[in-house]
Design a protein. Structure first.
Length: 131
């Protein structure tokens, strides 16, 4: 599917699974009603302990991202996209805040920071418009 585990990044495996499910929901790779792989299937594909996958799925259920469907498995809930998108925006805001603080510590003034930001936004816009 779309899961990839990195053992060297310092993040617990179950947390990586949780984040990747949320990222997939926010990016619409997983939509409302879609089923996630079973615990057994995902643990086999990722070569991790089934209890690790089960823990991630329990956390996602607790947050209202996944819900059990009798006899079928776990599906993405109707409120999942809104919650995951909000969390993604929050993470982006934190990263942006950190970068801006670093720019200020580097003694860039606000005009220089704005110029850098405008440059990067223009570059991003060109990429989006390119066929």
């Amino acid at each position: 599917m779309f899961f990839r585990i990195e053992t060297s990044n310092g993040l617990a495996i179950y947390e990586q699974i949780v984040r990747q499910v949320k990222f997939a929901v926010a990016g619409e790779a997983l939509k409302t009603g879609d089923l996630v792989p079973s615990v057994r299937e995902l643990s086999r594909d990722l070569a991790v302990n089934p209890n690790t996958v089960a823990r991630a799925y329990r956390e996602l259920q607790g947050e209202g991202i996944l819900a059990p469907v009798r006899g079928t498995g776990l599906e993405v809930t109707t409120q999942a996209e809104k919650r995951c998108t909000a969390e993604r925006v929050h993470l982006i805001r934190e990263r942006l805040r950190s970068v801006l603080q670093e720019a200020r510590r580097s003694r860039l003034d606000l005009a220089e920071i704005r110029a850098l930001l405008d440059e990067e936004l223009a570059r991003l816009e060109k990429k989006v418009k390119a066929p």
